[in-house]
Design a protein around this ligand. Structure first.
Ligand code: ADP
Ligand code: MG
Length: 335
């Protein structure tokens, strides 16, 4: 019987699944909805995410990971099991498959072991756990095997992960719990205190994606109209917010991310630091899509930065190459 080669990017915000010969077959929020009474899964991915903030007492929506660590192992199991069920052909046996699971660098060895056990429980014997910064760099088309320092900053949902790689592996890594979700929460707080309007996480994310920018000069201060709940009257209503207001929130948050990047740089041996000075720092993850992010980092640090080729999918793309080269991991740039 045949087996698959499966690569999974288990992100705090999104889960992506790559299968050899098929490509990325799943790309949805890392979210599971359960029935509280029976503890049965009701939905995963987009469907579960759509329930968030709208659930009633009988439904619980939960995430596998939070802040770069496993928050709910059962939810992790359920999401993986449902995905496997969905894509599995009858002539393929999971027992003969290889699974490469990419996780935040911060994950401890006991958490990694728990994920390995979980994969075994789902019948997959051959399991590899890899740091996502490594897969992300490979998926961005970089040859990580050179005797050269490479720095990659992944601004995801729950964490910003910073990794320095050389000779095919991670030399230094660090992470902070300041990333997409944190930005959304700061937008919620700002709108509540400044305007007395309550909004949900989904609305905050839409505002961020809609008008979020780090650009110094705005040709036009665009606006975004959204709905929320007035804290005084408790009634729903509409409001307009300016792009410059969101930019100010982002600037404060990105100062913290910049300081963390500089902290990691300071800890590097001189040769690695020199390579990074020359080649620049790669920005990956959903946060890389914020308007003006590269210019912002370059202006503030005087260092070179560049965008990953595919900020939202590079980790899954990286698993493709890692799985092809099992045991060696030598990479070739993606065509
Ligand atoms: P994770 O790896 O933690 O699952 P991702 O790399 O998938 O996270 O990034 C998800 C984060 O990126 C979310 O917080 C989302 O709001 C944010 N994001 C996605 N697209 C954009 C965009 N165009 N502008 C700003 N933020 C974005
Ligand atoms: Mg990620």
């Amino acid at each position: 019987m045949n087996g698959y080669k499966i690569g999974i990017d288990l992100g705090t915000k999104n889960t992506l699944v790559y299968i050899n010969g098929r490509g990325i077959i799943f790309n949805e929020p890392s979210m599971v909805a359960f029935d509280r009474e029976t503890n049965k899964m009701i939905a995963i991915g987009h469907k579960a995410n759509d329930m968030l903030g709208k659930e009633h007492g009988k439904i619980k929506v939960t995430k596998p990971l939070e802040g770069g660590v496993i928050a709910d192992l059962n939810a992790t199991e359920v999401i993986l099991e449902s995905i496997f069920k969905k894509f599995k052909d009858t002539n393929v046996n999971l027992k003969h498959s290889t699974l490469l699971l990419c996780c935040p660098s911060k994950m401890t060895s006991s958490e990694r072991k728990a994920l390995e056990d979980l994969a075994h429980k789902l019948e997959i014997k051959d399991v590899l756990i890899e740091k996502e910064v490594k897969a992300g760099a490979i998926g961005s088309g970089i040859d990580i095997f050179m005797p050269k320092g490479i720095m990659i900053v992944d601004i995801g949902g729950g964490t910003t992960d910073i990794g320095v790689l050389s000779l095919g592996d991670v030399v230094v890594h660090d992470s902070i719990r300041i990333a997409g979700n944190y930005i959304d929460n700061e937008i919620i707080k700002y709108i509540k205190y400044k305007y007395g309007m309550e909004i949900g996480k989904q609305t905050a994310e839409k505002i961020k994606i809609g008008i979020g920018t780090l650009k110094n000069e705005l040709a036009e201060d665009r606006t975004y109209t959204f709905s929320g709940k007035n804290s005084n009257t408790n009634l729903p209503g509409k409001m307009i917010i300016k792009q410059s207001e969101i930019r100010n929130i982002l600037l404060k948050i990105f100062t913290k991310i910049t300081n963390k990047i500089l902290d990691v740089l300071r800890k590097l041996p001189p040769e690695l630091a020199e390579d990074i000075l020359e080649d620049g720092i790669i920005i990956n993850g959903g946060g890389a899509l914020i308007d003006g992010v590269i210019d912002y980092f370059e202006n503030i640090t005087n260092l070179k930065f560049r965008l990953s080729k595919n900020p939202l999918t590079s980790i899954a793309e990286g698993t493709k190459i890692l799985l092809q080269n099992k045991g060696d991991y030598r990479t070739k740039p993606l065509k």
